[in-house]
Design a protein around this ligand. Structure first.
Ligand code: HEM
Length: 104
């Protein structure tokens, strides 16, 4: 089964649009990595201030290869070059133990 790795980012409400804007200009290289399965940027719709960057991978090794490679650095160029929008970030790790999707 796949693994899910989520980056949970704390973003003050007044900078939420700025974070979404940065992701709209993202490198888009993550999806070219071997073992990549899915990415979603999840914006809170209640009064929480935690955005979730959801990624799913075939294996832990596939995720590690992306995090330790140049695609990850290029994928965070705005963050690196313009400074953080976030106040805090935390990596959450899960194994997928059940999975179902609507038929295509
Ligand atoms: C200090 C930790 C991190 C912060 C504050 C952060 C923040 C950001 C920001 C602002 C972007 C927008 C693009 C850019 O900046 O150029 C981005 C891209 C991205 N982040 Fe992070 N990030 C962090 C670590 C991680 C980790 C550990 C993951 C893995 C779950 C992750 C997943 C992604 C993905 C998938 C993209 C899009 C890359 C692409 O399109 O190729 N981030 N991140």
């Amino acid at each position: 089964m796949s693994v899910v790795r989520i980056n949970a980012i704390e973003v003050p409400a007044e900078r939420a649009d700025e974070l979404v804007e940065r992701f709209s200009k993202r490198a888009g290289e993550v999806s070219k990595m071997p073992g990549f399965e899915a990415f979603e940027l999840l914006r809170p719709t209640d009064d929480r201030t935690t955005f979730l960057v959801y990624t799913r991978w075939s294996t832990q090794e596939a995720f590690d290869a992306w995090v330790n490679g140049q695609a990850f650095q290029r994928g965070h160029a705005q963050h690196t070059g313009q400074g953080p929008v976030s106040q805090h970030a935390e990596l959450w790790s899960f194994d997928v133990v059940q999975h179902e999707e609507a038929p295509a």
